[in-house]
Design a protein around this ligand. Sequence first.
Ligand code: COA
Ligand code: ZN
Length: 308
Amino acid sequence: MTRIYFNDVVTRDGFQIEPNFIPTDDKVKLVDELSRCGFAKIEVTSFTSPKAIPMLRDAEEVMGRIERMPGVEYTVLVPNLRGAERAFESRADEFNLVMSTSETHNLANLRMGREKSFSGLAEVIRYVDGRTPINVSLSTAFGCPMEGDVPQSVVEEFVQRFADLGVRGVTICDTTGMAHPAQVALMANDLQKKFADLQLTFHFHNTRGMGLANVLAAVQSGIVRFDGSLGGLGGCPYAPGASGNISSEDAIHMLDAMGYDTGIDIPRLIGLARELPLIVGHSVPGQVAQAGSTCDLHPAPAYVAELR
Ligand code: COA
Ligand code: ZN
């Protein structure tokens, strides 16, 4: 059975565009519950400027209060050196650096060009100096909502440059849901051939309904690491109309049904997804939590017994 490693990003990617501040207690409780579901990794928060992302201004407190469960990696988004210092103090298991493969999206999201981002992140990697594993998330790798196509060669060039700096992994992000399965298969095949020693993760958004189809294309091409967000929450604040990440429970339910080993307690995960609307104050897009798992059978109507 192929083992799949899932990283839930709801408390970072999912929460960062929520309009109302989510209390620190709720964030801590949710991360602890996700740990109990069996996720391989949880992106807990981000050490960005509290002015840029006020929702995550409690990053230190959340990291200080969560239970560290064996077997779960607690990763955090780190945008710059200041973020790396804060992440060290909080004893994060991994630093997730981020930049965009599209110049325009990088300018919109991080307020600087790609080369400036790259050299800033290279400085962070040198500063960390192997003390904590580093992952780099490359945004808009399948297309940019402002520029359109992002050539795969550009994505590969950034993967190569980060690999040369010794990072452990790279996440290929479809930040605004523009990827389609044929493109995903091509990207997955080429990257695995060229970067056999890197941990490759794929990160999809379901903005145009292609999220699970893209997971399928990636998994059938040999990718075993995915990001997802409980309930399908999330979205890039700098892409008009951008909507949620793929729902962790929908993707995990699908992969489990297909015979993959996800390591996740699925009934527990679905139960947790059902609590999410109470935390964020609105309904969420995930579907399995609404319909129930395919294993949850319903009683037949009474007349069926009479007809038998
Ligand atoms: N942690 C805390 N504060 C930080 C910080 C960090 N990692 N990085 C910058 N700051 C503070 C600075 O201290 C400064 O504060 P001041 O105005 O009180 O002096 C302010 O933020 C601006 O600093 P500056 O160095 O000019 O950074 P910037 O404004 O260019 O910000 C980013 C750069 C990337 C840190 C910021 O834009 C950011 O956090 N953006 C959010 C990116 C993001 O998470 N997007 C969504 C996910 S992809
Ligand atoms: Zn995302």
